[in-house]
Design a protein. Sequence first.
Lengths: 408, 165, 184
Amino acid sequence: MALETATPMRDLAHDELRDFTWTLNFGPQHPATHTTLRIVLKLDGERVVDAMPDIGYLHSGFEKIGEHLDYNQYVTVTDRMNYISPLANNVAWHEAVEKLLGLELPPRCQYIRTILCELSRISDHLLCNGAVGLDTGAFTYFLYAFYQREVLYDIFETLCGARFTNSYTRVGGVMYDFTPLVVEKIRAFIRDFPKTLDDMERLLNRNRIFVDRTRGVGVLSREEAVNRSCSGPIARASGVTRDLRKDEPYLAYGELDFQVCCMTTGDCFARYLVRMAEMRESLRMVAQALENLPSGPVNVGIDERTTLPDKREVYSTIEGTISHFELMMTNRGFTVPHEEVYAAIEAPNGELGFYVVGDGTDVAYRARCRPPSFIHFAVFPHLIRGHTLSDVVAVLGSLNVIAAELDR
Amino acid sequence: MNSSETIQALSAQFPEIRSDEFRGQTRVVIAAEQLRPVLTWLRDQRGFDLLVDITCVDYLHYRDARDRFGLVYLLANAETNERLTVRVYLNEPDLHVPSATDLWEGADWLEREVWDMFGIVFSGHPDHRRILLPEEFTAHPLRKDYPLQGRGERHNFPVLQRGSS
Amino acid sequence: MAVELPENVVVSKLDELANWCRKNSLWPMPFATACCGIELMATGASRHDLARFGAEVFRFSPRQCDLMIVAGRVVMKMLPVLQRIWQQMHEPKWCISMGACASTGGVFDTYCVVQGIDRFIPVDMYIPGCPPRPEQLIQSIIDLQDKIQAEGTITGKEFDLQARQGPKRALIELPIIQAPTTVH
């Protein structure tokens, strides 16, 4: 490749102009890097002069796999991207595929997907805030958060058999419908979770150490947030009032009553508070959606020829048999328009979108994932300049960088 | 909707642009030479201040494809929530486009990834090197002529035995 | 390095005592890369408590650990880091390969994921699963404890026996499938 026409490469980590600065390698194996990230820091004593992230330590070729797997098989791989909230990734992938196919989901399926998206949002924020607490020294807070995540894992396991990495959605529907036991468990969670949230807030919101470590650290202004393509809680903590659930409603969000949580300060403490507030809003949304859950079929009907029909229909109606045959035989499957489409959802981390190129078969021609963690980690050097080494950990935790989504 | 006004204004400013719509999404195809003026105009005059994504598609095995690479810019307006997809078609051997990093800072790492995976050169990029793969890697893996399992780079390492290390 | 000790009852009792101490105070070094890392953290959390088995101290420094748990896929860029961390650990050391990706490459048979870390690192325990449940990890720690009790010696002589490390079946390379290069 001809690189002579590009500008000469400037490697910040090898800049030897100032000899009182020293270089510290942070990662990729480090307890606070939340799996495999590497940052090469240039320090002047304790103060960070510059930071150069080095990523790719978990690059597994997700996008290349997307060109070899079916639309229903690829959902198992999307689980492994943001593995803290895998249901959100499943929903995002199938949003894009269903948009490409032009499918309209039944209302029950939309409500179920909404409930699970919000539960996985609670799960993600619990882990993110728990990790921020753990990295700044609050171990009890982390254990409280992890216990609630175990309760959520129990709900997901009752629903579809896997604690996380659920692969729950299918083209035109979901894997299993809600059973009464699942609804009971979600109701119990709705009843018991606010008490834990109150406990967690009592631990950290006015804790002198935590506030001193996070207030004023890693400030991101509103213009910078938009210019650097930030989205999600990070942008909302800086004053960007953009939430895809309100601005471009998808699934059942148009019918739910909720508020978008924003702050204007844009520092780590603001991001922490935005996530805590979002968890409360999510819980309200789950309660509303669960009480208004419409009855009816959960998968798209047989005529669409995209979702496997119920076994009773396969054995008793001719339409069911034909549909099953059409989908199962290897050289058949469903036809997809020869087009490209982009669909995004408001994932817990930000705007998670998939750019899918269809080529007529039921294997995607190109499955591009727009990863919020990747874009947010690029903001990190801007946030950390001028702060001390101990702030690196707080800022990194508040950005919620998941390495698998970062590297794909 | 605002998208039709944007397309009208865009066609008035740059007459050679083709546009169409699919599933409610407006797409615009431009030539590589017009990329920089069009993106600057869109950001300054129409308020597309949020760059959502930069990606690329290799049309080597695509039916009815005329060009090899399609570079895709997804833009959005943070206030009015309008979205626009800008596409540029490129062919070998001339895979150079101007970089968009001075328009949107978020383009920095996105362009590095497109270089890494596809081999499109972005002239004017401040730090043009590989981001996800090791520096020593020579191929551009998301191209269609690169096999899924690679060409043996993944197992090219020394083996550590028990008791010797 | 290997001290020549006489093979008698005192030494074998000392062996047992040393093995008992080692197995009940394993200090894991979590090499958590991906989703299995979250299950590893969940195993260490309050519901499935790994501290009950002596593996409380999750030290992230290889100089202070004796059990490396590789949880998650290891890619081509990360493998030299893994090897360096393994070399920095002191003997006696053991390795658990947690999850399908660390054991065989898992779902990811791609150009950048190492198809099983046992191609490059000696592994003692393999845990299948994607991700394995915390109970599976606890079971593997228990099995590893049995292995340590049965095999370990003060001198570490079981590590010298190259003959015990037979050729690994996983090292048989499958043919690489070429992508079609013709345009349809």
